[in-house]
Ligand binder design. Sequence first.
Ligand SMILES: Nc1ncnc2c1ncn2[C@@H]1O[C@H](COP(=O)(O)OP(=O)(O)OP(=O)(O)O)[C@@H](O)[C@H]1O
Ligand SMILES: [Mg+2]
Length: 250
Amino acid sequence: MKPVLHTEDLTVAFGGVKACNGISLDVYEGELLGLIGPNGAGKTTFINAVTGFVPWSGEVQFDGSSLKGLPPHRIAHRGLSRTWQSLELFGDISVRANLEVAATKLTPMMAIRDYFGSSERVAERVDETLAVLEMEDIVDERPDDLSMGYRKLVGVARALVAQTKLVLLDEPAAGLDRNETTWLAERLRQVIDFGISVLLVDHDMGLVLNVSDRIHVIDFGKTIAIGSPSEIRDNEAVIGAYLGAGGGDE
Ligand SMILES: Nc1ncnc2c1ncn2[C@@H]1O[C@H](COP(=O)(O)OP(=O)(O)OP(=O)(O)O)[C@@H](O)[C@H]1O
Ligand SMILES: [Mg+2]
């Protein structure tokens, strides 16, 4: 198996604080990798670094080539998408329109191509994404009128619609109840079946243990464990980190 994302010694410093301190992490093709760690461990910073929103040192390779020095829109254009810890949706236009905006806003070059007639391709991609996530019933609804579970799913769909190879999800289950979380987990496995790799950050340990193929655990910016869900569940260093942080719940 090839890694779609490979980081080597990834380090992000904010003044004297190394929010990520030498993280070497792989996400393989067709894999759902869970990235967990207590509050302040550096998970969001890791996503921000890989997607070009904060400067970093070390190495980041996506799909076999380095992302060094690339701005966020060029990284997104290569097929690496993300969601935000806070939802960024247009609440009062339809779900379909939200996805169309996400699918067309990538780069000026793509906008020009769209002008010369590829808007059918955008509509096709939107339909495909809606089908993968089984969202056809809500295409004409407005996010403002949907449950939190569906709003989160629209956020995931927006990240997927832009011809994505890997999507980085920052706490998609925050604010969801148990039923909504189970339902979201099923949708995330469908994303994998569709050939898109996923890096999932979440504090819901049940969700992460249940849907991940492998789990990478960080604490204070450093890797403390990598393994299968059952290995991570029993790992002393992981249990210690979470006990020290008061259980890891928000
Ligand atoms: N822009 C910034 N400037 C200074 N320090 C920052 C900045 N962003 C994050 N940090 C610090 O970096 C560390 C890692 O933060 P980060 O948000 O990546 O953690 P996290 O694992 O996502 O936590 P949470 O689970 O609470 O979302 C923290 O100590 C945080 O205070
Ligand atoms: Mg975070």
